[in-house]
Design a protein around this ligand. Structure first.
Ligand code: 8IG
Length: 268
């Protein structure tokens, strides 16, 4: 989509689910894979891990799929891949996340999740790089998301659309993850709007209200995934201690390194 054209999701009259269906049709056509059973959104630090889950059968630039945009951040991929898993099913690997802080609205943030559902996926795996509030989580520690606190003051649900989030982050999937790595810890993900990192006082607030992980993604996407009927697994790669825990300033430069080191473990 060239910048001289309006984005299809910017038209308030457009139905975001119809645009997701069009995107799913693009993916089926360009990958040659009719159905993807499982979808995985790649967060900072997760690219290497996704390379290891199976055989890539097709890679398409996100810009060739309806409603997707080029990632705002270097190192955030920008491609959509179809990967054949050892059991013969197909995973849709989304390396093009639109963040809320880009300011394009929540419809664009959750478009990839709605597209994943439209390709046939019943499981949505949302990964991210994030700050840790528990001092024992050293950079490179993967953590299961058990629940979230959405501090964006926004929602992907429009109108009187009520969706139960009691068990948003599937216990079944968390239990399966722990059969691979019984040492996996879990915590409550707190989505801030960003793009600024938190002040130490904001990290203390997150901790006080029950948060263990701070980040700028995932919660809005998880809500949309549940609206679409998908089972959700959330995984954070702790790449830094949150501000003031103790007093390590978050360093975006450290993100790719932590991910590369943790790749074999988190891919499993
Ligand atoms: I990587 O400390 C990464 N992403 N909000 N806070 C927030 N997002 C992050 C952080 C962090 N580290």
């Amino acid at each position: 989509m060239s910048s001289t054209h309006a984005h299809p999701l910017s038209d308030p009259q457009a139905d975001p689910f119809e645009i997701a269906a069009a995107a799913a049709a693009d993916i089926a056509e360009k990958t040659g894979i009719e159905k993807h059973e499982i979808a995985l959104t790649l967060g900072s630090g997760w690219a290497k891990a996704a390379d290891l889950i199976g055989e890539t059968v097709a890679t398409i630039p996100a810009t060739e799929v309806t409603g997707f945009s080029a990632p705002a951040l270097e190192g955030h991929g920008g491609s959509i891949r179809s990967i054949r898993l050892p059991n013969g099913s197909h995973a849709l690997v989304i390396g093009a996340r639109t963040h809320y802080y880009e300011g394009h609205g929540v419809r664009r943030v959750v478009h990839s999740v709605r597209t994943a559902a439209a390709t046939g996926a019943s499981i949505m795996i949302l990964t991210n790089g994030a700050g840790g509030i528990k001092p024992t989580w050293t950079p490179g520690t993967p953590v299961l998301i058990s629940d979230h606190i959405n501090l964006t003051a926004d929602s992907p649900l429009e109108g009187a659309t009520f969706v139960d989030l009691t068990d948003l982050y599937s216990r079944r999937l968390r239990d399966i993850a722990r059969t691979i790595d019984p040492t996996l810890d879990e915590g409550v993900y707190t989505q801030f709007r960003g793009p600024h990192y938190e002040t130490p006082a904001e990290v203390q607030m997150a901790k006080t209200i029950g948060g263990h992980i701070v980040g700028m993604s995932t919660a809005l996407e998880a809500i949309a995934a549940r609206q679409s009927g998908m089972e959700v697994l959330g995984l954070s790669l702790i790449t830094n201690l949150a501000a003031g825990i103790p007093s390590t300033p978050p360093s975006p430069a450290a993100v790719p390194e932590a991910g590369a080191a943790a790749a074999p473990a988190i891919s499993a």
